[in-house]
Design a protein around this ligand. Structure first.
Ligand code: SF4
Ligand code: SF4
Length: 447
């Protein structure tokens, strides 16, 4: 076992040692209830988790079902009277149980296939929406950066890159010395960890974290909730870094006075935040930031915000629940007279970006759209919203033609089909997929 794997074992072992077996973590687990596991069996399930952690034997059947169901909501950690990071414990136990249940090569092949598919989609979508100069800047190696602050994008936000441009605008407005770094060469390694391919995880996610340290930055600002969760649980707790780690929204909320001093007059709007708990203080930070924007009224809605830390990812397997969350939010927003839904993360943005096709009175923007505009910047086209809304595709296709040429990338008919499935098979609100398939199919035929 590697030194890194030893440290993970030690973290899980320390959780098992501190656990009193009260069962509160299992009682509150939303995904355990979603798959029908009995809350009355909480102490038994936790006892099995302790046994798995200490003994290394295969997970008991119902424990295995609990571990498989986990989507990282962190309700368990919040409920634990001992202050144990139960989500972290469950994450490590899940990886360990999977590793014991099948040959590592099977997990490695599965992780490689998922990574390859994601990387192809991210590369294409980023090349359709960003100039090559910006893309090269983001993809350059982390360890060669020199700025005091690293804004780490992760991989998947590059499907909706206007969000990255917004954050860069906001950090520019704060006159900060920062570098932006991301893309699949700096992946957090989530697929490898989820598939229990620990050796490759160490070469990817663990290495990415080390590269941040090698850059000499004093602060790393994360964007992606999955990267934030991974780095918090699988890196920061394994070995304390020399730099501070925070989500962009937390950093911005801590700099609210400087932002407020730069805000310019804004149009009136009534907004609802599509909320997720589970990633640090992100919801509270985004609330704080939006409340400070001139002429913005925040409408509070009761939401199912504790089900998952973000849309998509593992939560995507609970399609009906996700669909109900999206529908309930949009209908609640319309009933409350809100005109805007604000997304926290990129996966949620992708899920809701097409809401306008279903609820014509609603506009969907990311919180970074609002902040950048309030600073007199932003205004970057959200092409993904055009894809999802399913209306006229001319503007999005014209932009893609220009950016693809600039990036030296071509789309063919197979990649358009694959992208169409990627964009429209995700749970969420959207218009017709035909407009996207037709518009970009014609672009592929141009060769
Ligand atoms: S993180 Fe959420 S889904 Fe996972 S075990 Fe804890 S409460 Fe359940
Ligand atoms: S809530 Fe905490 S102390 Fe209670 S069983 Fe879960 S991990 Fe153990």
């Amino acid at each position: 076992m590697s030194a890194y794997a030893d440290r993970l074992e030690a973290l899980a072992g320390a959780a098992a040692d501190r656990c009193t077996g009260c069962g509160k973590c299992f009682e509150v687990c939303p995904t355990a209830r979603e798959i029908g596991l009995d809350a009355g069996q909480a102490t038994v399930r936790v006892g099995e988790l302790v046994a798995l952690t200490r003994g290394g034997q295969p997970a008991a059947d119902l424990l295995q079902r609990w571990l498989n169901a986990c989507d990282g909501s962190a309700r368990c950690s919040d409920a634990c009277p001992e202050g144990i990071n139960v989500r972290q414990w469950v994450t490590i136990a899940k990886m360990k149980a999977l590793d014991a249940a099948r040959p590592r090569e099977v997990g490695a092949a599965q992780a490689a296939s998922r990574f390859r598919h994601m990387a192809q989609a991210v590369r294409l979508l980023a090349s359709m929406q960003l100039p090559s100069e910006t893309l090269k800047k983001i993809l350059a190696p982390a360890e060669r950066r020199t700025a005091d602050v690293l804004f780490y994008t992760g991989c998947n936000v590059l499907r909706t890159p206007h969000i990255v441009l917004n954050v860069m605008d906001i950090l520019d407005a704060l006159e900060l010395d920062f570098d932006v770094v991301g893309g699949t060469a700096h992946c957090c390694g989530v697929y490898q960890f989820q598939e229990a391919d620990l050796p490759t995880y160490e070469r990817l996610g663990h290495r990415t974290f080390q590269r941040f340290g090698q850059s000499g930055a004093s602060k790393v600002l994360t964007w992606c909730p999955t990267c934030s969760k991974n780095f918090d649980e699988l890196e920061k707790d394994v070995e304390a870094p020399d730099f501070a780690l925070a989500h962009v929204s937390e950093f911005l909320a801590a700099n609210l006075d400087a932002l407020r001093a730069r805000f310019v007059d804004q149009p009136k709007r009534r907004v609802v935040i599509h909320e997720h708990l589970g990633i640090g203080a992100t919801v509270d930070s985004i609330r704080t930031l939006l409340r400070a924007v001139p002429n913005l009224e925040l409408v509070e809605l009761v939401q199912d915000s504790g089900f998952s830390y973000a849309c998509g990812g593992v939560a995507a397997k609970y399609k009906d629940r996700e669909q109900a969350i999206h529908r309930g939010l949009a209908e609640g927003a319309v009933a409350a007279g809100a005109d805007t839904i604000v997304t926290m993360y990129h996966s949620c943005h992708r899920a809701l970006a097409g809401a306008e096709a279903v609820y014509s009175s609603l506009r969907v923007v990311n919180f970074t759209d609002i902040l950048a505009e309030a600073l007199g910047r932003g205004g970057h086209p959200d092409y993904y919203r055009l894809y999802k809304a399913g209306g006229a595709m001319d503007e999005a296709v014209a932009a893609a033609r220009r950016f693809l040429t600039d990036n030296g990338v071509r789309v063919d008919e197979a990649s358009v089909q694959s992208l169409t499935a990627d964009i429209f098979n995700e749970t969420g609100l959207a218009g017709s997929r035909e407009a996207f398939a037709r518009g970009f199919g014609a672009l592929a035929k141009e060769g």
